[in-house]
Design a protein around this ligand. Structure first.
Ligand code: ATP
Ligand code: MG
Length: 411
């Protein structure tokens, strides 16, 4: 019969890879907790409008990448391509817009119909943090510091650099937009078809284009800096000051814009040179308009998301699988005692296994295959004396240990 394969762009995460993945999530969760963030889980699919209203009609995600479908009842649903919109929808749905600030951490799968390649999948996973309800630049700096601390705790900060930019306030952006339109209009023929459409609808989006021809035009494009209002420039200066106070190094890059339409002021990416074209590991910014787009009150917010697969690829060695203790009964009479020992060990927090069948040789082979730390051998002879023969499989030494002292001995 034909064997079935995982769907293109999806992967099974097993063994070392699963341990890398879990290590990234556990490390991020622990650091988020240190900063006062609580974890939320929102549904993997939402009403399509949660995304189409908020991510921007011209964003790549909405125009090309969403997994959208009508379900059996005729509702238009979308597998979430990102989780910020879902968190804001949840904030409003749960009446939490009056209990601000909310500091939210999440981890889970996201779905985008993209061309699969190293570090780019159709089902991928993100960790993310959102700080909703604070308009102060210290909030931007603090959430970036959380990201930086996670990269440090994962031991990959040396390979990553924070690139920082500002998208200004609405007034700054309107002025900048005019300058961008003037510049790109004078190069209209050289723009990709996508970017010609962006020029009319959302010219800032051209700065985020992955098309080589578009990118060649970016070097001479105007930057936002001369168009910033005094208050937008002041906000940006305060973000930088607070990053310095928090000990987060950064490099300013006026080309950083976010791929989604809902951002203002701070935009940032943590990038690495170690993953080729998929060099952005963590990205985010301020999105003061999003909660209102979701039908809630005007609410300031800032956040980021990071690709777990990309972070996992940067980790050094995968965390080791934890090594079990193998319990080996010899003979039927010993089996009941062995099962009791097995459960005592597990309840003491020790990973312990007993094979379901096989002679002593087979069972020892299995113990070695699972990299067991100890083999606890219980035969009738040992049973009569209330002990087990405990073999340290790392050193090869063996000793008789009283049954009620086993957990302490192998702990
Ligand atoms: P890219 O420019 O690489 O397409 P993006 O701007 O679309 O990224 P965001 O929407 O900001 O990405 O998502 C945040 C992070 O999620 C990215 O920096 C990346 O680490 C990860 N990510 C995004 N899309 C994918 C994907 N298809 N596969 C794996 N990771 C992804
Ligand atoms: Mg993308």
């Amino acid at each position: 019969m034909e064997t079935l394969q995982p769907v293109r762009g999806t992967r099974d995460i097993i063994g070392d890879e699963q341990r890398r993945h879990a290590h990234v999530v556990a490390t991020a969760r622990a650091n988020a907790s240190l900063y006062g963030f609580d974890e939320w889980s929102t549904p993997i699919f939402e009403d399509t409008r949660v995304f189409s209203r908020t991510l921007g009609e011209t964003s790549d995600v909405v125009t090309k990448e969403m997994y959208s479908f009508a379900d059996r009842g005729g509702d238009n649903l979308t597998l979430r391509p990102e989780n910020t919109a879902g968190i804001c929808r949840a904030l409003v749905s749960n009446g939490l817009t009056q209990s601000l600030p909310q500091k939210v951490f999440y981890a889970g799968p996201m779905f985008r119909y993209e061309r699969p390649q190293k570090g780019r999948y159709r089902q991928f996973h993100q960790i993310g943090a959102e700080l909703i309800g604070s308009a102060e630049p210290l909030a931007d700096a603090e959430i970036i510091a959380l990201g930086w601390d996670i990269l440090n705790a994962l031991n990959i900060a040396a390979d990553v650099i924070l690139e920082l930019n500002t998208l200004g306030d609405a007034e700054s952006r309107a002025a900048y937009r005019d300058a961008l339109v003037a510049y790109f209009a004078s190069h209209r023929a050289e723009l990709s078809a996508d970017s010609q459409a962006r020029l009319d609808k959302n010219p800032m989006r051209i700065l985020d284009s992955k098309d080589a021809g578009d990118r060649a035009l970016l070097g001479a494009a105007p930057t936002i800096e001369p168009f910033l209002t005094a208050s937008a420039a002041g906000f940006y200066a305060d973000v930088k000051l607070n990053l310095e106070r928090l000990g987060v190094p950064f490099r300013e890059n006026p080309r950083i814009v976010r791929g989604l339409d809902y951002y203002s002021h701070t935009a940032f990416e943590f990038v690495t040179t170690r993953l080729g074209a998929q060099g952005t590991v963590m990205a985010g910014g301020r999105y003061d308009g999003l909660v209102a787009e979701m039908g809630g009150p005007q609410t300031p917010a800032v956040g980021w998301a990071a690709g777990i697969e990309r972070l996992a690829m940067l980790l050094g060695a995968a965390p080791a699988a934890s090594r079990p203790v193998a319990v080996i009964p010899m003979g039927d009479a010993a089996e009941a005692a062995a099962i009791a020992v097995l459960q005592t060990l597990r309840r003491a927090g020790i990973r312990a296994e007993m094979a379901y069948r096989g002679n002593m040789k087979r069972r020892l082979e299995r113990a070695n295959k699972t990299a067991a730390r100890f083999a606890i051998i219980i035969g009738e002879n040992e049973l009569a004396r209330g002990v087990a023969a405990v073999k340290n499989l790392t050193t090869g030494t063996q000793a008789d240990i009283a049954l009620d002292a086993l957990a302490d001995h192998v702990a």
